[in-house]
Design a protein around this ligand. Structure first.
Ligand SMILES: [Zn+2]
Ligand SMILES: [Zn+2]
Length: 331
């Protein structure tokens, strides 16, 4: 019989309907051909030599042979960095100028590289660049929320195969994020502790949904995962903002993220996925009650009318089995 499960932190309900499951592929099968690309594509705006096809870089990390990572404004930015965050209200109309930041982080000069299959140093550098941009933009008083994310593959919404991540900094906190923050605050008020810390403690106690853990980070499939192989990576230390990640935590985060992405790559045949870094808004109200984390969503199921209408998902996989499967994938 299907089962409804609720995520303690987000309060979202999910229908776990294993009967609808398709078994994951054999972990030993080779990755799909479609990702085979050349290390350089002359028509790609992110490839070396084509730097003039992007706006001027905001940040460049250089290596011995040219740049290693470039951060550029998105050429088709959803928000612009100039202007004031002024709210206007007129009857039913409530609006403000589209101020904010929309940046592209070009992760590597290699067109066909995949971050999880490269050296520890590359992913470490990438996380350092994320942190640097996060901290820098946090200083801007007009910004309320910074979202860092990566889309991998067409199902995940990417239009360019060259490995890149994005940062979008908005002058408002979207209502579903506000709702989660309020739920986290309510939990803190009722129980005197962060709901994510409570969840971590339980997951570590039961172990059955843990993919891997070290001294600083835990990767697990949440009890109420809303889709197959949905994975959360949380710091063990209570810290609300990604910007407050300590220097000694970055190395561990790099190893954890790399290992999880490599397990997905080998275990699930290079699936399309998104990851998002969820961090507290800059008003600082959730410092004690919110806990930053990375959410990885593998694009195996498609949201449709039911999800759109109810906001609720049907997960055809059992989180405990997904975690067990990923634990076993050798990387
Ligand atoms: Zn390229
Ligand atoms: Zn916490």
């Amino acid at each position: 019989m299907p089962e409804l499960r609720q995520n303690l932190a987000t309060k979202e309900w999910v229908i776990i309907a294993k009967e609808r499951a398709k078994r994951p592929k054999d972990p030993s099968s080779p990755p799909r051909e479609r990702r085979k690309a050349l290390p350089f594509d002359p028509s790609c705006p992110f490839c070396p030599g084509n730097e003039s096809k992007t706006p001027e870089a905001i940040l460049t990390l250089s290596g011995e042979r040219g740049w290693k990572i470039r951060v550029v404004p998105n050429k088709f930015a959803a928000l612009w960095p100039s202007g004031d965050r002024l709210r206007h209200m007129d009857g039913v109309k409530r609006w403000m100028p589209g101020v904010g930041f929309h940046e592209v982080i070009i992760e590597t000069p290699l067109h066909d590289a995949f971050i999880a299959l490269r050296g520890d140093e590359e992913i470490h550098d990438l996380l350092q660049v994320y942190l640097e941009r996060y901290r820098s933009i946090s200083q801007d008083k007009r910004i309320e929320l910074i979202t860092l994310f990566k889309n991998h593959g067409e199902q995940a919404g990417t239009s360019l195969p060259h490995p890149h991540s994005q940062l979008v900094a908005t002058p408002v906190v979207p209502s579903h994020i506000r709702h989660r923050l309020e739920e986290a605050m309510r939990h803190f008020d009722n129980h005197g502790e962060c709901v994510f810390c409570a969840m971590l403690r339980e997951e570590i106690r039961y172990q059955e949904r843990i993919i891997l853990e070290d001294d600083y980070f835990v990767a697990f499939v949440p009890y109420a995962a809303f889709s197959p192989f949905h994975t959360w990576i949380l710091p063990k230390r209570h810290v609300a903002s990604f910007g407050d990640t300590a220097p000694d935590e970055i190395g561990s985060l790099a190893k954890t993220l790399k290992a999880v992405l490599a397990k997905l790559y080998y275990g699930l045949d290079d699936p399309d996925f998104n990851y998002v870094i969820r961090s507290v808004p800059s008003d600082g109200r959730g410092i004690r009650s919110f806990h930053w984390y990375i959410s990885i969503v593998v694009r195996m199921t498609k949201a449709a009318g039911f999800e759109l209408g109810s906001g609720m998902f049907i997960n055809p996989a059992l989180p405990e089995e997904d975690a067990g499967f990923l634990r076993e994938v050798k990387v």
